[in-house]
Design a protein around this ligand. Structure first.
Ligand code: E4P
Length: 220
């Protein structure tokens, strides 16, 4: 499973990229606003830092302007994936952009039928929002399992399931068990994946015992 980071914070992206865990980045207008930075400037920096897909979202609501915005975003770098909302206009834009070999991430997916439409429109990625479904007492992970089941029925569907609105490590583990292609993780969630108290405890004990030997590997 690929990991994308869900942020427009370039310092976080650079720091996490050094771990080798970052296969791509997703941004959205709210994350850009949070960064307080110029959209194109931050996008250029992200695309220089990460080789994999970098999602940049259109802000128009009609297909024609979405397509124009998408082409402009794609012109910034080869690894841009244009993000469009799951509306009829978004799907029209998805079809037009993917026909031009531009990667498209269809976002704001909350139902299996929406995911079916996105695949038929040729989306590169579908972004089901699991956390926001959990917030309204629906099980977000049920949607991932439904989309996996549907996509696996049809050989001509190439759309990758990109689990979005991830809030905790359980979302990540369950996404992997269900065979999701990608999960886009807030930096804090990605960092939390490594935590286990027995790892910390075990390392502390090993180091204490090693100190008793009085030896040093580098001194040999
Ligand atoms: C990513 O593509 C989405 O925009 C993001 O995961 C949404 O997350 P949120 O529901 O925490 O805002």
């Amino acid at each position: 499973m690929k990991f994308f980071v869900d942020t427009a914070d370039i310092d976080e992206i650079r720091d996490l990229s050094a771990t080798g865990m970052v296969d791509g980045v997703t941004t959205n207008p709210s994350l850009v606003a949070k960064s307080g930075r110029d959209f194109f400037e931050v996008l250029d920096e992200i695309c220089e830092t990460v080789a994999g897909p970098v999602s940049a979202e259109v802000t128009a609501t009609d297909a024609e302007t979405m397509i124009a915005e998408g082409r402009k975003l794609r012109a910034r770098a080869d690894n841009i994936a244009v993000k469009v909302p799951l509306t009829w206009d978004g799907l029209k834009a998805c079809k037009a952009l993917t026909d031009d070999s531009i990667m498209v991430n269809v976002t704001l997916c909350f139902s299996a039928n929406q995911a079916l439409l996105a695949a038929k429109a040729g989306a590169t990625f579908i972004s089901p929002f699991v956390g926001r479904l959990d917030d309204i007492s629906n099980d977000g992970m049920d949607l991932i399992s439904d989309i996996r089941l549907i996509y696996d029925q049809y050989e001509d569907f190439d759309t990758e399931i990109l689990v979005a609105s991830v809030r905790n490590p359980i979302h990540v583990r369950e996404s992997a068990k269900m065979g999701a292609d990608v999960a886009t993780l807030p930096p804090a969630v990605l960092r939390s994946l490594i935590s286990h108290p027995l790892t910390d405890k075990g390392l502390e004990a090993f180091l204490k015992d090693w100190e008793k030997t009085g030896q040093s590997i580098l001194d040999r």
